[in-house]
Design a protein around this ligand. Structure first.
Ligand SMILES: Cc1ncc(COP(=O)(O)O)c(C=O)c1O
Length: 414
């Protein structure tokens, strides 16, 4: 392997067709941010958009803004802005509630569509909230479903059969960054008469998606990660167009009604994706999502993916080159085609090493039991940032700086 130098990385930065996106973000000085897969950084245009929303739309126009600024349509308009990033059609996506709540809704919808089947297939390593929602939905439905939680999806075909109602998976695993083969699994599930629900939280904004062509039935995801929509921003959900009329969901609040302002006592669902709205949208959060999405207008997701892979390969090779003796074991797939936009390493001292890195402005995160997780964000990350981060890691390991009580005290959020 050819030795990687800082000069070489600077040439990659100079030739980077996405480099102009970095100025869209308000990035603190002396910080290299590897946590955009958990909370994306603040887009500069969000500051202006929120100021306008607070001072003008709320401050001056008050309640008129539901009509005048079209606040009331934000769940649908922002859904339509996310749609191209998902390979979805207009009217198939809505921004609403949280990812967990959306999963509750679409999983319940899917089970109702396939009501004579009693098995749900997922992975033990799926994001815990997804598994908890699955457990909660099953309990609500009197535990009538067999939860078939497999180790990983390598041999998932063995478990999908004529009794399977739903296959529910994450497209990119939160811990390993491993990509599941969405097309292959969706096709297989459909051949067996099962429906699919995909969690796209770690995929949207970093990898091209093609939900509609693949024929995905349902999907959910976050806007506060790679879409940079702000802390606790609302999630999104997708329903394939030809299912929308048939499906129902259990959180039948007034804004999912066909005519909310008729204030009728009887619930009649909207005959569109709007039936998935429950209550009043948190407008200020939507305004932040709106600005985050503007950055993606006209973007080439192929270029984003290409840069994500190149940054990740540099990261992996550079750790090998500079920190090879310190016991970092790659936990993400080594094959770039099977890896999302994050790199995870196992290390017995993962927690204090990560805390020590964070104290030096290199911000990644830690996942149990021994994982250092580095999110790769092609819109603002430079190749030379990878160099600086790995040199920082090398220093920390050489000097044993991580081996301090300060770095071993567990924070609640890791
Ligand atoms: C893959 C995945 N699914 C679901 C969630 C839960 O999202 P929320 O807390 O917004 O419901 C997360 C949160 O990080 C996640 O990473």
């Amino acid at each position: 392997m050819k030795k990687i130098s800082l000069e070489y990385l600077k040439t990659l930065d100079n030739g980077d067709p996405l480099s102009h996106y970095r100025k869209e973000f308000s990035l603190p000085k002396n910080t290299i941010y590897f946590d955009g897969n958990s909370l994306g950084p603040l887009p500069k245009r969000t500051i202006e958009n929120l100021k306008r929303a607070i001072n003008e739309e709320w401050g001056k126009d008050l309640i008129n803004s539901w009509n005048k600024a079209e606040w009331i349509n934000l769940p649908q308009t922002l859904g339509n802005k996310i749609a191209p990033l998902l390979g979805a059609n207009p009217g198939e996506v809505i921004v609403v509630d949280s990812t967990s709540i959306n999963l509750f809704k679409v999983l319940t919808s899917a089970l109702k569509l396939n009501k004579n089947r009693k098995k749900i297939v997922s992975e033990v390593v799926n994001f815990p909230s997804d598994l908890y929602i699955l457990e909660g939905v099953n309990e609500m439905l009197n535990n009538q479903y067999e939860r078939c939680l497999i180790e990983n999806d390598n041999a998932i075909e063995q478990y999908i059969d004529s009794s399977t109602a739903v296959v529910m998976l994450s497209h990119i695993n939160y811990k390993t960054g491993r990509i599941s083969d969405m097309k292959k699994i969706t096709d297989y599930a459909h051949n067996k008469g099962a429906l699919v629900v995909w969690d796209l939280s770690h995929s949207v904004g970093v990898i091209p998606l093609d939900l509609h062509n693949i024929g995905v039935d349902f999907a959910v995801g976050c806007t506060y990660k790679h879409l940079n929509g702000g802390p606790g921003a609302p999630g999104f959900l997708y329903v394939k167009s030809d299912l929308i009329e048939k499906v129902s969901q259990p959180l039948t609040g007034w804004l999912g009604h066909i005519d909310p302002f008729a204030f009728d006592g009887k619930y009649i669902p909207a005959n569109s994706i709007s039936k998935y709205i429950c209550g009043t949208p948190a407008i200020l959060s939507y305004k932040a999502v709106e600005s985050g999405l503007e950055i993606f207008k006209g973007i080439s997701m192929e270029l984003v993916r290409k840069k994500s892979i190149q940054l990740s390969e540099v990261f992996i090779d550079l750790i090998q080159q500079e920190c090879g003796e310190y016991g970092f074991e790659l936990f993400s797939p080594s094959n770039a085609d099977q890896r999302g936009s994050q790199i995870s390493f196992k290390h017995e001292n993962a927690y204090p090493i990560m805390q020590s890195l964070i104290s030096q402005g290199v911000i990644g995160d830690y996942r149990e039991p021994n994982i250092l997780r580095f999110g790769i964000s092609p819109l603002y990350m430079r190749y030379q940032d990878i160099w600086k981060a790995i040199m920082c890691l090398k220093n920390i390991m050489q000097s044993n700086e991580w081996d301090s009580l300060n770095f071993k005290k567990r924070n609640y959020v890791t």
